[in-house]
Design a protein around this ligand. Structure first.
Ligand code: SF4
Length: 335
């Protein structure tokens, strides 16, 4: 009898290592035309290609317009220089009091836990972020803790990145324990795409860390299209809920990916069936190299108005835009 080899990675770290980084392999795996290769190779020099197999398996083979593929395929449009699109669209460099800490809003500070991601999203507003200067290891971690201790107005710490869940479980739980020593902190928020693209990242140890933490925890996932939600993600979210964390989603309106009301309505419904509440729908941040994803604000408002008509209030995310220098996100209303 022929033996069938099980090539499914057993650990999330294996999935990370096995992520596809070679444009030729991506095209071959999805039976895509080779004319895409030169552009993909060139644009991956600007920002590397990276996509885990678990995410790739949700794409439709042979479809160059697949909404998941469009989020990760390097293309020639990334070389277009558009006025107003910059390397640091949210001016985060001006809100970094110490390496790895971004403090823009009064009662919460963001920690850049990792410079790595499991997936490289072409539209990422941090695609040019100087991660090498902002590693929170050793000395920088102690400086960050001192900063948080000294700012008694802070109530919440947000783990961000890169993807903060690239951090191994042991180190992650030590970091949470260090933060728990700071009495004025009450909440821990984790912004991550890793459980979406590699659902096995939701390990027992990670759940245990959140479950036994004194913090109220919030996990904000990043899902842009209903096709990103499959059984493995639903299963991971069911497990994650055992930790007691509130699970939310933030999405970005992206041209050619999810820029119509039907897709957004489908996304909200699929999120809710998976146990995730829609939280924010962001208008695109003007990052250099990704202007081809941008849509006009008025179009975003029209999509939102249709969502409001079709969905109950609890399934309508907040339509928002981050404007650099503002003390909170700017909420937009439909016209
Ligand atoms: S930080 Fe988030 S949006 Fe940016 S590349 Fe990583 S996973 Fe994608």
């Amino acid at each position: 009898m022929m033996q069938v080899l099980d090539i499914t990675p057993k650990r999330w770290q294996d999935s990370l290592k096995q992520a596809i980084t070679d444009p030729q392999e991506l095209l071959d795996r999805l039976s895509l035309p080779n004319e895409l290769l030169d552009q993909a190779k060139a644009a991956s020099q600007l920002f590397p290609l990276r996509v885990p197999n678990e995410f790739l398996n949700r794409m439709e083979a042979g479809n160059p317009n697949d909404p998941l593929l469009k989020q990760i395929l390097p293309i020639g449009d990334e070389f277009i220089q558009t006025p107003g699109f910059t390397e640091d669209p949210l001016n985060e460099s001006e809100a970094r009091p110490t390496p790895g800490v971004v403090h823009k809003y009064q009662d919460r500070a963001l920690l850049i836990l990792s410079g790595a991601c499991a997936i490289n999203c072409r539209y990422c507003f941090r695609r040019h972020f100087p991660y090498s200067e902002n590693q929170l290891s050793g000395e920088h971690w102690q400086t960050a803790l001192a900063y948080l201790k000294g700012h008694k107005e802070l109530r919440e710490v947000i783990f961000s990145g890169g993807d903060p869940l690239v951090t191994p479980d042991g180190r992650f739980s030590n970091m949470v324990a260090d933060l728990e020593e700071i009495p004025h902190l009450e909440r821990l928020r984790i912004h991550t795409r890793l459980p979406v693209v590699i659902p096995s990242r939701v390990t027992e140890q990670f759940i245990d860390t959140l479950q036994h933490s004194r913090f109220d925890s919030v996990v904000v996932l990043h899902i842009n299209h209903a096709n990103e939600i499959d059984d493995s993600l639903r299963h991971a979210v069911t497990n994650l809920k055992k930790s007691g964390a509130t699970i939310l989603n933030q999405a970005v309106l992206l041209k050619g990916v999810n820029d119509c009301a039907d897709e957004q309505i489908k996304l909200s419904r699929a999120l809710f069936s998976a146990g995730i509440l829609p939280y924010y729908l962001f208008l695109f941040d003007p990052v250099a190299g990704a202007s081809h994803f941008d849509i006009p604000i008025e179009q975003g408002k029209k999509i939102f108005a249709q969502m409001q008509k079709s969905l109950p209030g609890y399934l309508v995310p907040r339509l928002a835009k981050e404007i650099s220098g503002k003390t909170s996100k700017t909420l937009l209303i439909s016209s």
